[in-house]
Design a protein around this ligand. Structure first.
Ligand code: ZN
Ligand code: ZN
Ligand code: ZN
Length: 208
C-alpha cells in the first residue's frame, strides 16, 4: 500500500464523499489508524487474520447500519453525481444533456430536465459524442459508423431544407462508376452509384 496513490475518479470521489456524509465511522481517523496497526500485525504474523475480521464485524455492521438507514438519500445523491458525470452537452431547453445507458438496448442521450423535457436522441451503434457543437443548433456532434461520419446529435437537424444532392464527387476506385454524395440517416457520406452491387463508401471528411 505504501507509496501507492489510489487514483479515484470523480465518481469515486463522489461516492466516498456521500458515504462519509452518512457514516462518520467510515473515515474516522482513529478507526483507520487502528485498522492499519492491526494489518501490520497480521503482516508481521502477530495476529491472526480471523481475529481481526471477527473484531471488526461489529464496526462494519454499524457502518452498514448507517448506510442502510440512509440508503435512499445515498442512492439519490449517487444517482445525481452519476448523471452529472455523464453530461454531454446542453439541451435546447437549457438543461443538461446526459448519456443514459439503458440495461437493454443502446445508450441514448436524454435531458436532465426529464420528465418536463422529453428530448431524447438515439445514438447509432458505436457512436462517440464529440466536444464539437453543431453550428446549426448547438447540440453536440457525434461521430459514428464505418466509414466514420460526423453529424448532429439530432438526426432531424438541418434536414428540412436539405435535399440529397446526389452531387458527383469523383470516380469509384473499385468499379469506376460515379461517386456521389449520399445522405444516410445520420448525415452525409460518399458512396458509389453502383450501389448495391458496389459497396464502396467513404466519409466526406477524407479529402482523397
Ligand atoms: Zn431538455
Ligand atoms: Zn444540429
Ligand atoms: Zn463502385
Amino acid at each position: 500500500m505504501e507509496g501507492k496513490k489510489i487514483k479515484v475518479n470523480v465518481l469515486g470521489e463522489q461516492l466516498i464523499d456521500t458515504l462519509v456524509k452518512y457514516s462518520q465511522k467510515i473515515t474516522s481517523e482513529e478507526l483507520t489508524r487502528e485498522f492499519e496497526t492491526k494489518l501490520e500485525n497480521i503482516q508481521k504474523g502477530k495476529t491472526q487474520k480471523e481475529n481481526i475480521i471477527e473484531e471488526y464485524k461489529t464496526e462494519i455492521s454499524s457502518i452498514l447500519d448507517d448506510i442502510e438507514e440512509n440508503k435512499l438519500k445515498i442512492g439519490q445523491e449517487l444517482y445525481k453525481a452519476y448523471r452529472e458525470s455523464m453530461i454531454v452537452g446542453e439541451c435546447k431547453c437549457g438543461k443538461n444533456l446526459i448519456l443514459i445507458s439503458s440495461r437493454q438496448g443502446n445508450p441514448f442521450v436524454g435531458c436532465s430536465g426529464y420528465p418536463e423535457c422529453k428530448n431524447t436522441y438515439s445514438l447509432p451503434r458505436g457512436a462517440t459524442i464529440l466536444k464539437t457543437k453543431c453550428e446549426e443548433c448547438g447540440l453536440p456532434m457525434i461521430s459514428f459508423g464505418k466509414p466514420r461520419q460526423r453529424a448532429c446529435l439530432d438526426p432531424k437537424c438541418g434536414k428540412e431544407d436539405q435535399e440529397p444532392s446526389n452531387e458527383v464527387v469523383g470516380e469509384c476506385p473499385e468499379c469506376g462508376s460515379e461517386l456521389i454524395k449520399r445522405s444516410g440517416r445520420f448525415g452525409e457520406f460518399i458512396g458509389c452509384k453502383g450501389f448495391p452491387k458496389c459497396r464502396y463508401t467513404r466519409s466526406i471528411e477524407e479529402n482523397v
